[in-house]
Design a protein around this ligand. Structure first.
Ligand code: HEC
Ligand code: HEC
Length: 330
């Protein structure tokens, strides 16, 4: 209860400061690569903030290739956000310029969400999500109802409605594949969050560390993740017991705590009408959204439906639910 009150006060303060600074921000240069901040009161592991001390991380250079792809790229030319690599062009329909990049586009969707739409844990898996849902989120980001000041806020503001519609239709038509393997363990390998790409990576020192109350996601192959290979997914380490506990919560087993998710998210949590798929999403992403919704920063009108769902969930509940939904086939 104390913490809830604290959060409310803090968010009121933040709101005042943000309002005071808003005109300055608009006048300033658009910079979607601003440093990320963890909203006050939320756990930092859900937000992939790079570690202060940086051990050696995997960094691609020169000409890069992905296994099974006939393509090759000069890394320096595709490393930014304007011109992402398209390793498997035969696996998706022709993509609009908002996704591939093109004249006047600095933040091509394909650079962070990949051409497959499945993205990385610090962004989002949007493959096969309903176009109406994706367009609605962009509207929320544009209006500030859904907050991501470092990334999607500025990107949505810089993208025209027509480009958004075309991108949404492209991603909605893609079919998601299994993209994350969820593993329960008390002692995951030691990791750190690299500045490049904001990916959690194995620590070069080796060894393990206690998982505590966290979800830790690492690329199955850091090099392939860095070069945005859409065939190389992620491993999510979660605390022991998370999957069974998550399943009970998702199915409404712990009476009164939350509603059965399938009522709105469909059978197998594969999505229903305009309500998004949860099955197979990155657990780190799901946890971040549930914390954000609880905290109140992820609240467009349709998302109001989620308010009572998250109201009574503890941090452990959120970890368990996120682990379980991530383990389901998309
Ligand atoms: C610089 C990286 C980056 C680029 C480029 C980018 N995104 Fe995102 N996107 C993100 C991140 C990070 C998130 C997760 C934000 C959060 O946690 O709320 C996200 C989330 C989203 C979501 C919410 C997903 C959901 O399931 O609710 C949508 C929709 C989206 N992006 C669409 C787009 C579109 C369309 C484009 C191209 C116009 C685009 N993004 C370009 C980084 C990016
Ligand atoms: C009463 C209907 C309803 C129930 C029950 C419900 N949801 Fe949702 N949920 C929604 C709607 C509607 C949205 C999309 C809101 C929007 O369009 O902005 C959503 C969005 C989400 C998102 C964001 C997805 C994304 O891609 O960003 C997550 C995560 C989520 N729900 C998890 C859950 C979980 C877990 C449960 C069960 C514990 C649950 N929901 C139960 C209606 C519901």
């Amino acid at each position: 209860m104390n913490r809830r009150i604290l959060r409310t006060n803090t968010s009121a303060c933040i709101a005042v400061v943000v309002c005071a600074l808003a005109p300055l921000a608009v006048a300033g240069k658009l910079n979607a690569q601003e440093a990320l901040k963890v909203p006050a009161g939320l756990p930092d592991w859900a937000f992939n903030i790079p570690d202060k001390i940086q051990p050696a991380a995997i960094r691609p250079e020169g000409i890069v290739k992905a296994p099974g792809s006939a393509k090759e790229y000069e890394w320096a030319k595709v490393a930014g956000n304007a011109n992402p690599p398209d390793w498997f062009p035969d696996e998706h329909p022709p993509a609009p310029r908002a996704v591939t990049g093109g004249q006047g586009i600095r933040f091509a969707c394909g650079s962070c969400h990949l051409m497959s739409g499945q993205g990385h844990p610090e962004s989002a898996d949007i493959a096969g999500q309903p176009a109406e849902y994706l367009i609605r989120q962009m509207t929320y980001y544009k209006s500030g109802a859904r907050k991501d000041d470092a990334r999607m806020g500025p990107i949505a503001k810089a993208t025209s409605d027509e480009d958004i519609r075309q991108a949404a239709e492209y991603f909605a038509a893609l079919k998601p594949a299994v993209w994350v393997k969820v593993i329960e363990t008390a002692t995951p390998p030691k990791t750190f969050i690299a500045t490049a790409g904001r990916h959690r990576q194995l620590h070069p020192d080796g060894g393990t560390e206690p998982i505590g109350r966290r979800i830790l996601e690492i690329p199955a192959d850091p090099y392939r993740t860095e070069i945005r290979d859409p065939h190389s997914g992620f491993i999510a380490y979660v605390p022991p017991g998370s999957l069974a506990r998550g399943e009970a919560l998702v199915k409404g087993g712990e009476s009164g705590k939350t509603a059965p998710c399938a009522v709105c998210h469909g059978e197998g949590l594969k999505g229903l009408g305009e309500v998004p798929r949860l099955a197979g999403l990155q657990p780190l992403y799901v946890a971040r959204q549930l914390f954000d919704m609880q905290y109140g920063s992820s609240a467009g009108k349709a998302a109001e439906l989620m308010k009572p769902v998250v109201a009574h969930l503890s941090e452990d509940d959120i970890i368990a639910i996120s682990a379980y939904v991530g383990s389901l086939a998309p």
